[in-house]
Ligand binder design. Structure first.
Ligand code: NDP
Length: 334
């Protein structure tokens, strides 16, 4: 639908993120709307149809999903499933001729990221990763400070992303087959993202360490990881990610000052400040709304794709290098 004003989105997987953030964000969106759902839980079909006024013909399950190809109401398929299911459903969506948003982390391996990118290119559809912060004004302000250099060049970045995981030890995030990894896959990708936009560069090498204090709970996945990254020109980046501590911060040290976001990686309102005593402050808006509107505009108007598939793949290359470094010691990023 090039001439349609709002593109139709179908959410795949109606769990916490779809119901708590994406569906509500879509209620305020200007360039897209919640047109359909794909769920494996029959009880959710009726609930969502009623709540969001979704017609039965736009409701799918994981088996009949491929017939979405024939549905003109659906322009974009948004995959919000456990990580190890992203590749399969993104590829099926692309083959159905739909544009694709894939939640973070993009997949559980670089190889899977490549297969998603390949499928979208083959089908001639657009692809974005669910990196909501790329559409957020706080992230854009840090990027501006890095680029315009009012405090000079960046020398050091430190970024933390974690929360204390509890409850059901069988949840998919703690199950390697479904998650592909623990804190690093879940929260660490945020810290990789903010290290990169906070330095304005990609890292060239990494040295990482893993810590564990509750092995009986984290049987299958990493609990806490720290990593030191080397960026070009001697810039240093520090990453902390955990399922065992609350941490939500970005600190950027420039030659002549600093900037900080804290909180940084959550849904907002975010909060920031700089070394000269100024607040970094923007009116609070749903990041998910901004993100999905940006992608719809990218499709309709050719504006910037702020979180293309290549960015998700880049981050997965770093994730794999971090896991490799933990196994082997300091490792060069390919
Ligand atoms: P939930 O566990 O809350 O929901 C996942 C949903 O996937 C389930 O409700 C279910 O939906 C479906 N599903 C299908 N097969 C399985 C399975 N074997 N095990 C569990 N669920 C299954 O997860 P979230 O919504 O929190 O996360 C989903 C994705 O979104 C993840 O990739 C996560 O990393 C990402 N995410 C991104 C965030 C962001 O800020 N960008 C924030 C939170 C999550 P149904 O019943 O409809 O079939």
């Amino acid at each position: 639908g090039k001439d349609k004003k709002k593109l139709g989105i179908a959410l795949v997987g109606l769990g916490g993120y779809s119901s708590g953030q994406l569906a509500p964000g879509l209620q305020d969106a200007e360039n897209c709307y919640l047109a359909g759902i794909v769920t494996g839980t029959p009880a959710k079909e009726k609930e969502w149809m009623e709540k969001y006024n979704i017609p039965k013909k736009n409701v799918y399950n994981y088996e009949n999903f491929d017939s979405i190809a024939k549905n003109k109401d659906i322009d974009i398929v948004y995959v919000v499933l456990p990580n190890s299911m992203h590749a399969e459903f993104c590829i099926r969506a692309a083959k159905a001729g739909k544009h694709v948003i894939c939640e973070k982390p993009m997949a559980v391996s670089v190889e899977e990221c490549d297969s998603i990118i390949h499928a979208c290119n083959e089908a001639g559809v657009k692809l974005a990763v669910g990196y909501r912060m790329q559409s957020d004004p706080y992230t854009k302000e840090i990027k501006r400070l890095v680029k315009e250099k009012p405090y000079g060049d960046v020398r050091y970045v430190s970024s933390d992303a974690g929360y204390i995981s509890g409850g059901n030890p069988d949840q998919w995030r703690l199950n390697h087959a479904l998650s592909g990894g623990g804190a690093l896959m879940n929260m660490g990708v945020y810290s990789i993202q903010s290290n990169i936009y906070g330095t304005g560069q990609n890292p060239i090498s990494v040295s990482a360490q893993e810590f564990s204090s509750r092995p009986e709970y984290f049987k299958d996945t990493d609990e806490t990881i720290t990593a030191q990254m080397e960026f070009p020109n001697g810039v240093v980046g520090n990453l902390y990610t955990s399922h065992n501590a609350n941490a939500n911060r970005l600190f950027v040290s420039f030659e002549k000052g600093w900037a900080e976001l804290n909180p940084c990686h959550s849904y907002g309102p975010l909060s920031g400040r700089t070394s000269d005593g100024n607040e970094i402050k923007f009116p609070h808006q749903s990041m998910q709304k901004l993100q999905m509107d940006d992608f719809a505009k990218h499709i309709m108007l050719g504006t910037t794709n702020y979180a293309p598939g290549e960015m998700g793949k880049r981050d997965m290359i770093i994730v794999e290098a971090i896991y490799k470094s933990i196994k082997e010691g300091g490792t060069k990023i390919p």
